[in-house]
Design a protein around this ligand. Structure first.
Ligand code: SAM
Length: 277
């Protein structure tokens, strides 16, 4: 192919770029696949703070939420440091999930936590939500669970690096497996994994001590954000049937992830109804 890539191509790549620290990850359309390295170079020229550009080669996988990537330009490394809300996070874009697009949501949840609360974060990744909450609010403890060993290792480092040892407790394993030791301890439970949130609601309720908050993240379809929120509230109410008496519920669109798909968070306050064991 002849000629330099058009400015429109670089602009399109820029509009969908995920920037994590100094690494950019783009989606390259099939029509430009032969010129992907050139695209990477162009992005490095346009965004001087970037040191490496990768392209996404597969959708995020179901469990660890990790996507396949291919190096395009710049330094050949996948580890970087990301700064948010005064906290620093080591992230490896090849082995853990990370989205800078949730930064407002992390601050929002930190802003509604009350002093002295105990929190369980069931799907904690590299510890971003947990550490931001501990830094920006007076929570006493955040039990921070992830089943991906690579995410857990980085979470342990991030907790230390941000001076949160003792307040943020990294735990490696399935989010349902800590119910045995942490049952009835939490004032608030975070479920930032849309694919599992409804299925794991029963375990989330078991973490609560009497009344408390569940933050349920879901992907829902809708013509508008309002439709998506209404659907997310319906799903949450249906998932709560017979296990959680919802006394207060509100929702917000976290982000749009397609023309008719939204990520929505439902904040539900209520009381656990599970009386077994
Ligand atoms: C969407 S990411 C979490 C993002 C994170 N809260 C943030 O703000 O960056 C979901 C995480 O859940 C973890 N995960 C998936 N299934 C799990 C399970 N059954 N138990 C615990 N963690 C799980 C994945 O490894 C992944 O790191």
């Amino acid at each position: 192919m002849d000629g330099r890539l058009g400015g429109g191509d670089a602009s399109r790549a820029l509009s969908g770029i995920d920037i994590v620290g100094d690494i950019g990850i783009i989606k390259v359309p099939d029509s430009l696949i032969e010129r992907r390295h050139e695209m990477g170079e162009r992005l490095l020229e346009r965004l001087p703070s970037l040191k490496a550009v990768y392209r996404q080669t597969s959708p995020v996988n179901v469990v660890e939420r990790v996507r396949g990537i291919e190096w395009l330009a710049g330094e050949r490394r996948t580890a970087t440091t990301y700064v948010e809300s005064g906290c620093s996070f080591k992230v490896d874009v090849s082995s853990v999930y990370f989205s800078p697009r949730l930064s407002f949501e992390r601050r929002r949840v930190a802003g509604i936590c009350r002093t002295g609360e105990t929190v369980v974060n069931m799907f904690a990744g590299v510890g971003t939500f947990s550490i931001v909450m501990a830094r920006l609010s007076g929570v006493k403890k955040v039990y921070s669970i992830d089943c991906n060993p690579a995410a857990y290792e980085l979470m342990v480092e991030n907790v230390e690096m941000n001076g949160m040892g003792g307040r943020v407790v990294p735990l490696m394993g399935d989010a349902k497996d800590f119910v045995r030791s942490l049952r009835g301890t939490a004032d608030r439970v975070l479920m930032p994994l849309p694919e599992l949130a409804i299925n794991y609601m029963e375990h989330a309720v078991r973490y609560l001590s009497g009344r408390g908050w569940l933050h349920v993240y879901l992907h829902t379809e809708g013509r508008t954000g309002e439709d998506a929120m209404a659907d997310a509230e319906r799903q949450t109410a249906a998932g709560a049937a017979a296990i959680f008496n919802i006394m207060e519920m509100q929702s917000r669109v976290v982000r749009s992830i397609g023309s008719r798909t939204f990520q929505v968070v439902v904040d539900a306050y209520g009381e656990g109804l599970i009386r077994d064991e």
